[in-house]
Every structure is written in structure tokens, then in C-alpha cells.
Design a binder for this molecule. Structure first.
Ligand SMILES: Cc1ncc(C[n+]2csc(CCOP(=O)(O)OP(=O)(O)O)c2C)c(N)n1
Ligand SMILES: CC(=O)[C@@H](O)[C@H](O)COP(=O)(O)O
Ligand SMILES: [Mg+2]
Length: 583
């Protein structure tokens, strides 16, 4: 058992000989155990150097070795759901030496990525896609006459999503050679919530003996079930896997593991060790962290809940990330972690709104993509009074393209009567949350990952006039800069250095067309800035409006250009996008 993260590269003589998974096949049972110890040590060391997802990888060390020992990858397919547990897989599939570049620009991606390796069969990052993808591969191989196996490794958290069950339902019907491995560590990022989690938890005491309880559900769906087996014991894992891989038709293997296995602090605190920042080599005392936009949201939720007993708060499995911690403790009866179920989260909110409560859904921009129809069909058409607190909007840095929240404005902007607000800082975020909450009907406030520029936030109950921008500066040049969101500080510097007019637009919808009309009379060049895809974003809203005006000037749109922005620091990503390049 490790008690500290190694700061120097540990000796890993056996692991150093494994450059492809087929090198595993000559190892003895004893050597597999040694390999697990070395892999765990190297994983601890490398994540300590780079930061990144931590507990999930430690929990699948033995499972990863066992799978690569028995499968013939890359011909056989191996899909890691969410993908945050894929670091050991990357180490065993020829990327050991690149692990120190993890999450950095041009380095290894933090999730499986098809163009990074032939061993990454399917790109993940968002959860609960693995069974569908594995099934697709199994069916295609069957059609093309290939005798292969398709394996989906899915966590108990990811299994709570409707999409996982849609795929299980379909798999039974196809009779394809797909193996679903439920990696049950009784944890999501937080405690795994809901009836399925409770149902599965009953099996945790039954490791090693067949559980009628968990067999029933999956056998009813026409899977052949084995389990639960101890996912850290090769003596149980290998024969169970071998049996499952030797059979025809949909197979289900229930594996019980421990998140953070082998590292004492992570076993004790799996929530805190879901992901870590890199070790500070100088171990200097850190200055206290500035509260993030998410923290301010959490405070706003608590403050507003004190005043309004109708407020209910919803998170799809991101209690810590979206910071509903204090709210969940103070108002447990008004707090709902619906598990990884974004679609349900929104329609559940719609139902709550229909019956007279006031739902606030805290949701990462990237995960809102899952729930678009629910937003349109269940909330917006019915004009229901739901506030979306859209967190992690914009580029998010090291998690890369799968987690970038750069499409929400485009998705929301075309929905009639939707209110969309883009706070420039935390004070603006507070006022906009008040405004969206008071507004009758759907409204959204989108704010970024991390902290902004505001030092202190006045926690009042004031609201903003809907659809009104703020003129921050009148310049002498013929250029007006329109800011949408948290890039204001840099945009302000550009305005000052060029003596341009500067407007913080605040609202993407409705646009302040009165102020824009005024600007047209005095400027020949309008430049929009946003932390969002240029196509369909806030600048596009301005462009559409301008196209209807008799204006002969020039419009420049600054934002995320039409390509995928890969992992790296957020500053590097913004630079790559050329958002602040000279005009
Ligand atoms: C659609 C979607 N919603 C939310 C998340 C955020 N998220 C990442 S990992 C995770 C928990 C996954 O739990 P589980 O599948 O059990 O994996 P474990 O970390 O326990 O190994 C969540 C909620 C996500 N990646 N995708
Ligand atoms: C795997 C996953 O989707 C989450 O763990 C995500 O990486 C969290 O990101 P934040 O750090 O922004 O909460
Ligand atoms: Mg889990």
C-alpha cells in the first residue's frame, strides 16, 4: 500500500519491458502481480508529475492488465467509458514514456483518443457511451465476417445514464459478441446516487460468489451474467474474463473494485482524489485559492434558497464541481443529485416547475449537450420557469475538446424567448443569477471554469434590466469592441491601447439593439469577443442583426475558430484561437 505519491521515478523493471500489450502474454501469474505493483507505482509517480484523473485509474490496474492479457488488441475492441480511468491502458499500450506529457499541449490526451493510438478504439470523455460503441463495433465485425470481441468497461456511475440502458436493451436483441464489464466501485465522482446504486451496493459484500440480486436485472435483459468478482484478484478476474470472452452473444461481468486502490489517502477520500493537481516540487506554502465562479454560484444558491423556499437545486452528478456542497448540506430536501442523467435532470426540472417550485439546474456546458431536446421540448416550448446555471462554459484547458463548453450559445440562441447571459466577472454572475431567477421563463447564465477578475462580490438581490448592455468606454477610434463574457479584462486592454469604444454586452439574447444602433452611427468597425465557437455564437447574433441594417462598416468575430481545440492550458488555448491578436 502506498501512502505518498513518489516524487522520483520508481524502478519498474518488468513494466519497462512492456511496449505493446502482446508482451503481456508470456508473463506468469506471479509476474502479473508484480506488473500490477509496478504499474501502480508508475501511475502514482506520473500523475503526481502532471496532475490529472487519479482514483479511477488506480482502481482498474488489475482489470487493465487482465484485459490486455486475454484480448488480442487492437483487433479486439476495448472501450473505456468516460475514459478517465484509461491511464494504465495508455501505459501498457506503448505510451509509458509519454505519460509525463499528459494533459499538456501536444502531449497525451487525458482520455482515449482514436488519433493518438490504434489501441484507443473509441474516444470518450462524456460518460455512458461505451456499450453503444462496443455494440456497434461488434455488429460491424459480425457483418464483415471478423471473429473479434468487443468489450465495454463501464463504471457504476456511468451505468446510471439512460443511454447505457438503451444500449443494453439493443444488445440483447442483436445477440452480438459484446462483453459489458461493470466496474463497480460504489462511487461516481461523489457518492453514486439512486436506486441502481443501492441495488448494486447490495452485491459488494458478496465478492466471489454469484449474486442472484445483480444477476436478475442483467439476465432479464438477456445478458449472460457472471459476478461479482474481486477486480483486484487475478485469481478471480482471469477465469471470469476468460469464460466471458469464450462465449457467444451478450455477456455481462460484474467486477467489484475500489476507487484509489493501493494509495491510502485516495482509498480514504475517493471524492478528493478523483483528480489531482500536479505535485509542487518546491512544496511552497500555497496562497489561499480565490473562489471560483462555481463557488460563487454555490454561495448564490444558498443565499437565494434562504429567501425563497420554492428554490430547488439540481445537479447531474457534479455536486463538487458545480459546488452545491453547502446547499446540499443545508437543504437536503431541496437538493437533487440525479446521477449521470442530464436528460432526466432537465425534464425533472420541467416537472418541478410545472408544479410550482423554482428549479435551478447547475450543469456543465459540455454535458448540457446531452439534454438539448429536453431543454427545447420540455422546458422552452412550455415556457417553464427554469434557471440554467451553465458552468465550465468556454475553453476548459487540460481536459481538452471533449470538455470544452463552446457550443451552448449556439444551441440556446435559436430557442425562442430564451434569455442568455454572459457575465464578465463574478459580480456580474451574481446579478445575472438574480436576474435569471426573477425572470419568468427559461433563462441561462453561462460562466467559465476557475476564478475571474472580481475581488469581492456584493451579495445582494438586485437584478439587471433584461437585454441591456453596459457602455464601459467611449473611444476616439472608429472601432467598437463588444464583449460577451469573461474575456473582458483583455478586451479592455485592447480598447485602451487602441482608444476604442468598449461595450460589455451582458446579454446574447435579447441583444441590446438600441445600443448597437447607436454604435453603428459612430463606428465603422465592430469587433465581437466571446469564449465560444464563432459559428453560431454571440458574434453571429450580432452579424445576423447587422445583416438587416443598412450599415456599410466591417464586422470582425473573435472566438473559437472552426476547429477542435485540444488539451493544454486555457491561456495556450486562447492564444491558439488568436482571440486577442492585433486588430
Ligand atoms: C455525460 C457526462 N456527465 C458527467 C460527467 C462527469 N463525470 C466524469 S466521471 C464521473 C463519475 C463516473 O463514475 P463511474 O462511471 O462510476 O466511474 P469511476 O470514477 O467510479 O471509476 C462523472 C459524473 C461525464 N464525464 N459525462
Ligand atoms: C472525467 C470528467 O468528466 C470529470 O472528472 C472532469 O474532468 C471534471 O472536470 P472539472 O475539474 O472541471 O470538474
Ligand atoms: Mg464508479
Amino acid at each position: 500500500m502506498f501512502t505518498a505519491i513518489p516524487t522520483h521515478r520508481p524502478a519498474t523493471p518488468l513494466l519497462d519491458t512492456i511496449d505493446t500489450p502482446c508482451a503481456l502474454q508470456s508473463l506468469t501469474a506471479q509476474q502479473l502481480a508484480q506488473l500490477a505493483t509496478e504499474l501502480r507505482a508508475y501511475l502514482l509517480y506520473s500523475v503526481g508529475q502532471t496532475g490529472g484523473h487519479f482514483g479511477a485509474g488506480l482502481g482498474v490496474i488489475e482489470l487493465t492488465i487482465a484485459l490486455h492479457y486475454l484480448l488480442k488488441t487492437p483487433e479486439d475492441h476495448l472501450i473505456w467509458d468516460v475514459g478517465h480511468q484509461c491511464y494504465p491502458h495508455k501505459i501498457l499500450t506503448g505510451r509509458r514514456e509519454q505519460m509525463l506529457s499528459m494533459r499538456q499541449r501536444d502531449g497525451l490526451a487525458p482520455f482515449p483518443k482514436r488519433d493518438e493510438s490504434i489501441f484507443d478504439d473509441f474516444g470518450t470523455g462524456h460518460s455512458s457511451t461505451s456499450i453503444s460503441a462496443a455494440l456497434g463495433m461488434a455488429v460491424a465485425d459480425q457483418l464483415l465476417g471478423r471473429n473479434t470481441r468487443s468489450v465495454a468497461v463501464i463504471g457504476d456511475g456511468a451505468m446510471t445514464a439512460g443511454m447505457a440502458f438503451e444500449a443494453l436493451n439493443h444488445a440483447a436483441h442483436t445477440r452480438a459478441n459484446v462483453l459489458v464489464i461493470l466496474n463497480d466501485n460504489d462511487m461516481s465522482i461523489s457518492k453514486n446516487e439512486g436506486g441502481l446504486a443501492t441495488y448494486l451496493a447490495k452485491n459488494l459484500k458478496l465478492k466471489g460468489s454469484r449474486s442472484e440480486t445483480s444477476a436478475a436485472l442483467f439476465e432479464a435483459l438477456a445478458f449472460e451474467y457472471q459476478g461479482p468478482v474481486d477486480g483486484h484478484d487475478f485469481a478471480q478476474l482471469l477465469p471470469a474474463l476468460e469464460t466471458a470472452l469464450s462465449k457467444e452473444g451478450p455477456q455481462f461481468l460484474h467486477v467489484v473494485t475500489q476507487k484509489g486502490k493501493g494509495f491510502e489517502p485516495a482509498e480514504a477520500d475517493p471524492v478528493g482524489y478523483h483528480a489531482i493537481t500536479k505535485l509542487d516540487p518546491l512544496s511552497q506554502p500555497k496562497s489561499p485559492k480565490k473562489p471560483t465562479f462555481a463557488n460563487h454560484f454555490g454561495r448564490w444558491l444558498l443565499t437565494t434558497a434562504e429567501k425563497d423556499a420554492h428554490l430547488v437545486g439540481i445537479t447531474p452528478a457534479m455536486r463538487e464541481g458545480s459546488d452545491l456542497i453547502a446547499f446540499s448540506e443545508q437543504y437536503p430536501e431541496r437538493y437533487f443529485d440525479v446521477a449521470i442523467a442530464e436528460q432526466h435532470a432537465l425534464t425533472f426540472a420541467a416537472g418541478l416547475a410545472c408544479a410550482g417550485t423554482k428549479p435551478v439546474v447547475a450543469i456543465y456546458s459540455t454535458f448540457l449537450q446531452r439534454a438539448y431536446d429536453q431543454l427545447v421540448h420540455d422546458i422552452a416550448i412550455q415556457k417553464l420557469d427554469v434557471l440554467l446555471a451553465i458552468d465550465r462554459a468556454g475553453l476548459v484547458g487540460e481536459d481538452g475538446a471533449t470538455h470544452a463548453g463552446v457550443f451552448d450559445i449556439a444551441m440556446l440562441r435559436c430557442i425562442p424567448e430564451m434569455i442568455i447571459m454572459t457575465p464578465a466577472d463574478e459580480q456580474e454572475q451574481w446579478l445575472m443569477l438574480n436576474t435569471g431567477y426573477q425572470h419568468q421563463g427559461p433563462a441561462a447564465v453561462r460562466y467559465p471554469r476557475g476564478a475571474g477578475s472580481c475581488e469581492t462580490v456584493i451579495t445582494n438581490h438586485e437584478t439587471l434590466p433584461v437585454g441591456k448592455a453596459r457602455l464601459l468606454r467611449t473611444g476616439t477610434s472608429d472601432t467598437a469592441l463588444l464583449n460577451f463574457g469573461p474575456l473582458l479584462q483583455q478586451v479592455q486592454q485592447m480598447a485602451e491601447s487602441g482608444d476604442h469604444t468598449l461595450v460589455d454586452m451582458r446579454f446574447v439574447k435579447p441583444l441590446d439593439t438600441e445600443l448597437l444602433t447607436h454604435l453603428l452611427a459612430q463606428h465603422q468597425h465592430i469587433v465581437t469577443f466571446e469564449d465560444h465557437a464563432i459559428q453560431g455564437g454571440a458574434g453571429s447574433a450580432v452579424a445576423e442583426w447587422l445583416a438587416q441594417q443598412a450599415w456599410a462598416g466591417k464586422l470582425t468575430l473573435r472566438g473559437i475558430p472552426d476547429h477542435w481545440v485540444e488539451h493544454g492550458s486555457r491561456d495556450e488555448q486562447l492564444r491558439e484561437c488568436g482571440i486577442f491578436a492585433p486588430l
